[in-house]
Design a protein around this ligand. Structure first.
Ligand SMILES: NC(=O)c1ccc[n+]([C@@H]2O[C@H](COP(=O)([O-])OP(=O)(O)OC[C@H]3O[C@@H](n4cnc5c(N)ncnc54)[C@H](O)[C@@H]3O)[C@@H](O)[C@H]2O)c1
Length: 259
């Protein structure tokens, strides 16, 4: 089990699903955690239950990011880990909506999934550079298998997650070239039983059953299984892993589509 004792982490989208599982896992592994979410009721409850701090945050509000990071540093004295996990679907294929609705959906999903992730990286690096004892940190951005095999039913979600993969590599290499011991990696979850999939099911009935079958394991992931990969990348177990991707998809992308 990765040792996160004494490490300080921010987990966005902590109220539900993978974010909630990451908060539970990080606290269990010894980290001090600031969870954030737009959903104050559920986010605060999860954090109170686990012993984490909570802050309300819309990750797309870039001006608020430095304050969120400052909150963790004020409370715990440093920032070691950022998990850019908050995300949403938009539920529209390229020709599905009229222009006004299409571009509104596109702008929002990119603002949350992509700009929110970029703004988080930027604010976290500024704090991690100034950590007591020298620059050190680990950022994990949550993409999706739709970044590799996109959904025709959600162009904005798929495009935003594709961009997150490349964003992570640019961040990783910038930090390395600036001699900063700050790693940035991407976790690529496959179908995981969480709220986002329930929302997608409402827009595309039958989606959950269909995606469960895409894994040769013939099931969805439990969010705790994804959180385990996140905890490994956040720990000091893998200092040469940066700019890397960890796929947690039950081999869904590893099998020929005919089998
Ligand atoms: N569940 C899956 O099958 C799956 C697969 C691949 C990738 N992912 C990714 O995993 C991440 C977590 O999703 P999940 O499956 O746990 O979904 P979820 O819906 O259970 O949780 C997402 C959380 O993010 C919060 N959130 C949404 N927009 C926000 C914003 N603008 N600011 C702050 N918080 C916001 C929600 O309130 C919610 O608590 C997302 O980035 C998602 O795209 C999920």
């Amino acid at each position: 089990m990765p040792d996160l004792s004494g490490k300080v982490a921010i987990v966005t989208g902590c109220a539900s699903g993978i974010g909630a599982a990451a908060v539970r896992r990080f606290v269990a592994d010894g980290a001090k955690v600031l969870g954030t979410d737009m959903d104050e009721t559920r986010g605060a409850a999860l954090c109170a239950e686990t012993g984490a701090l909570f802050a309300v945050q819309d990750v797309s509000d870039r001006a608020a990011w430095p304050q969120i990071v400052a909150r963790a540093v004020e409370a715990f004295g440093r920032l070691d880990i950022l998990i850019n996990n908050a995300g949403m679907v938009s539920g529209a294929g390229i020709g599905d909506l009229d222009d006004d609705a299409m571009f509104a959906a596109w702008d929002r999903v990119l603002a949350v999934n992509l700009t929110g992730t970029m703004a988080g990286c930027r604010a976290a690096i500024a704090a991690m550079r100034d950590n007591p004892g020298g620059a050190k940190g680990a950022i994990i951005n949550i993409a999706s298998t739709t970044a590799i095999a996109p959904l025709p039913t959600d162009v904005g979600y798929s495009a935003s997650k594709g961009a997150v993969r490349v964003l992570s590599k640019s961040v990783a290499t910038w930090c390395a070239q600036h001699q900063l011991d700050i790693r940035c990696n991407t976790v690529i979850p496959g179908a995981t039983m969480t709220g986002i999939l329930e929302a997608a099911e409402q827009q595309t009935p039958g989606l959950i059953a269909a995606v469960a079958k895409t894994s040769p394991l013939n099931r969805l992931a439990d969010p705790a299984e994804t959180a385990a990969a996140i905890a490994f990348l956040a720990s000091d177990e893998c200092p040469f892993m940066t700019g890397a991707e960890m796929v947690v998809d039950g081999a869904a992308l590893s099998i020929h589509p005919g089998f």
